[in-house]
Write a protein that binds this ligand. Structure first.
Ligand code: GLC
Length: 743
């Protein structure tokens, strides 16, 4: 062998050994641990059980290495005792992860995620998640099952409350902000908790809005609509993912190799943990996808689900499946690698214990202020006739009425297991405390809960209203009507609330309706009756003080709808980024305008509902202010955009009213002709800006060809040259447009 060859060989060897030495130290530690683990211990890491305190079976499971993570254990002392068993008494001393659903707050409850999305302010979402992380980690929780970033276009579905609404772009921005809030700058910091992008995927498309129902989503639509928020969550560093309960095109997510291996691992190169949903592996049996728990375990392991949450499929059958060769042990090693990597990233090997600090982290002044600020920004002003809001100084008395006026539990909304309603400040309490010296407060709820069908109390509320200058009617849904397994086929105001509003209206006094709900409700008639409408979703612990400040003008509404509000449930699904169809609605003749005896051909043949027309009650992105904003013409840096260029669109926004206020300026784009039919418009950017009264601000957006790309039938995403329309607008149904071409 020539000297030259020896030198090359030596160099090559150095590089190879150098590379192996340069392997990430954590990966090396994982390699080492896995090499020591028995198959049973590996499977133990893949098993997640609910926290049941120090029951013998849990301590034994931990000591024997049969459980890798525990959910719903929220007592710091118990957490440390279980952790001590894991890190001191189990054979390999692998720490546990403690997990909990901390969706929009642990103790200090923020608005439900749909409300946070209505703020169109990622800082609100990040701040809420950060407070939640600080409070939850103080009891030993280091993993939350949030953000829920399922695109939701069906308000019948109870879980729309947990979502960020109907749009992939807005959901991506808000979801990523929540990931950052939960995980902080360093995931291993004691106050950080692992986020979980859920539910992967398409759960919001559950047929008929019925929870857990089947979904049929073509791959192109998955890629175009449902995947983007999950990709954004990965870019934001989401440490974990969760499977969804639903089947997608006949395959339950927990058994989908397409979703969990092809897309998540191969295409997206994701190296985080994929956890099943609660029992979702076992539920592949009732799905009719698996004959028994053993087959469910086999299909889930092959599909790449790392952790079995409360399904007992892995712990009972994986060892046998591996020994029989049905499941390759390499797949088990991959899953365990992901789980151990998460534990290292959380710093649990170095710092497995939680500092037992009691309640010090809960309800700090700063947290409560952030919750109030979030609640203020999450409220959407839908109507304000004659500027009845904010209440002027000549208002000397208010009637505070309605089933949501003083309900500490209901204003918290769904998914807040650890909330303490006694800490909620209701609208009635806040108005009394903060404005009771300014106005006389007459309180009479009229209905005792949202579904109350006993109208006897309404007369008392009407009597109160007669003695007041203004009526503040707090309507909506109890929290229990929202969230998981809380789908409704009729999404109107429950109980006798409509009747109550009509009776209040009869007094002739101005009526302000404030709706607290977990979904868009069909309130067309109520909106007609009320003089002003604030849509507050379920606003959390500080919903009361937030609404009081908005009603009395100390704060100005800036929220915008993150989801379309239908006129009636028969319009669902109804969303702004719909397709034009071959017969877009025109010359609409509504059902009551059709002449008796009209001939079949007497009215048009275009796409709309005879009894609803073709527009929602309020469109996506809609929200008023106490001031007014004037949008100037949209100016483009060029009318043609090259594939590798940038185009800048600018617009002057003038505050033409009397209040300094914030406006969410929205950028929409339409691809006028494509090789596939394109939506009538798509949100491509937004900017929430504060503008002084009388001031003008120039808002700019930069567009590239990549912003115009879409998925094609060959499953490649790319832009197409052609003509486009661009809007810079205050909501999805208005604004001046300008055209440009992509060359
Ligand atoms: C529930 C939910 C999921 C939650 C999990 C653990 O059924 O679907 O979102 O994180 O179980 O509570």
């Amino acid at each position: 062998m020539k000297i030259k060859d020896i030198i090359i060989l030596a160099l090559l060897l150095a590089v190879i050994t150098g590379c192996s030495e340069k392997k990430d130290p954590v990966e090396q530690k994982i390699d080492q641990l896995i090499s020591q683990m028995t198959l049973k211990e590996k499977i133990g890491q893949m098993n997640q059980l609910t926290g049941i305190g120090m029951a013998d079976d849990m301590t034994n499971a931990v000591r024997n290495g049969d459980v890798g993570s525990i959910l719903n254990e929220i007592d710091a002392v118990t957490v440390n005792k279980l952790q001590k068993i894991a890190v001191e008494e189990s054979r390999l001393k692998i720490p546990l992860i403690f997990a909990r659903d901390v969706i929009h707050g642990y103790k200090t409850i923020f608005p439900i995620p749909l409300g946070q999305a209505a703020s169109w302010n990622p800082a609100v979402a990040e701040s809420g998640a950060r407070v939640a992380a600080e409070e939850a980690s103080s009891v030993g929780i280091r993993w939350t099952f949030a953000p829920m970033i399922d695109i939701s276009r069906d308000p019948r579905w109870g879980r729309i409350a947990e979502s960020c609404g109907e749009d992939p772009y807005l959901t991506s921005v808000i979801g990523a902000a929540m990931v950052k809030g939960f995980q902080g700058d360093t995931l291993s910091a004691p106050g950080s908790i692992a986020a979980c992008a859920k539910h992967f995927v398409g759960y919001g498309a559950s047929e008929s809005g019925k929870d857990y129902n089947t979904t049929w989503i073509p791959e192109l639509q998955l890629r175009e609509v449902y995947f983007p928020p999950f990709q954004a969550a990965i870019e934001a560093g989401a440490a974990t993912f969760m499977c969804s309960f639903n089947d997608i095109n006949g395959v339950p997510a927990s058994g989908s190799t397409f979703l969990n291996r092809q897309v998540l691992r191969k295409e997206w190169k994701y190296d985080g943990v994929l956890v099943s949903d609660w029992g979702s592996i076992e539920q592949m049996i009732p799905h009719g996808f698996c004959a028994d728990l053993k087959e469910a375990g086999e299909k889930a392991a092959i599909a790449g689900v790392d952790i079995d949450m409360m399904g007992y499929a892995y712990i009972n059958h994986l060892e046998e499946l591996v020994k029989s060769g049905a499941v390759n042990e390499k797949l088990i090693d991959e899953a365990v690698r992901n789980i151990l990597r998460l534990k290292f990233r959380l710093g649990l090997f170095e710092n497995p214990y939680v500092k037992e600090q009691g309640r010090d982290a809960f309800y700090t002044e700063s947290s409560l202020q952030k919750a109030k600020d979030a609640a203020i920004e999450s409220v959407v002003l839908l109507k304000n006739d004659n500027d009845v809001l904010p209440l002027s100084n000549n208002i000397k008395s208010v009637a505070v009425v309605g089933p949501l006026s003083d309900s500490q539990a209901d204003q918290l909304g769904t998914w807040c297991f650890d909330a303490e309603p006694e800490h909620s400040v209701t609208p009635l309490t806040a108005i009394r405390n903060d404005y009771g010296t300014q106005v006389r407060v007459i309180a009479e709820e009229g209905l005792t809960y949202s579904r109350d069908k006993n109208a006897n109390g309404i007369s008392k509320a009407v009597a109160a209203a007669r003695n007041a200058d203004v009526i503040l009617f707090f309507a909506g849904e109890e929290a229990v009507l929202s969230g998981e397994a809380r789908s409704r086929a009729d999404i109107s105001l429950p109980g006798k609330q409509m009747e109550m509003l009509a009776a209040l209206k009869q007094t002739g006094k101005p009526v302000v309706m404030i709706v607290m709900a977990g979904r868009p409700l069909t309130i067309e008639k109520e909106v007609e009756m009320a003089d002003a409408v604030l849509y507050a979703f379920h606003g959390g612990t500080m919903a009361g003080p937030a609404l009081a400040d908005l009603i009395f003008g100390k704060a100005i509404p800036s929220g915008k709808l993150p989801v379309t509000m239908p006129r009636m449930v028969g319009q669902v699904p109804v969303y702004y980024s719909h397709k034009m169809t071959g017969r877009p609605a025109q010359n609409i003749t509504l059902i009551d305008d059709i002449e008796v005896g009209a001939k079949q051909t007497s009215i048009g043949f275009t796409s709309y509902h005879l009894d609803a027309g073709d527009s929602p009650l309020f469109p996506f992105g809609y929200g008023l202010s106490y001031t007014t904003f004037k949008y100037g013409d949209v100016k483009l840096s060029a009318t043609a955009l090259g594939m590798n260029d940038e185009l800048t669109a600018t617009c002057d926004i003038t505050n033409t009213g009397n209040y300094t206020a914030s406006e969410v300026v929205q950028l929409y784009i339409r691809d006028k002709v494509g090789s596939l039919v394109r939506p009538v418009k798509e949100l491509k950017g937004f900017d929430k800006v504060q503008v002084e009264a009388g001031q003008t601000k120039t808002i700019s957006f930069t567009i590239t060809a990549n912003d115009l790309a879409f998925w094609h039938e060959d499953m490649a995403k790319r832009p197409e040259a052609g003509d486009f329309t661009l809007w810079i607008a205050t909501d999805s149904s208005s604004g001046t447009s300008v055209d440009f071409t992509l060359r």
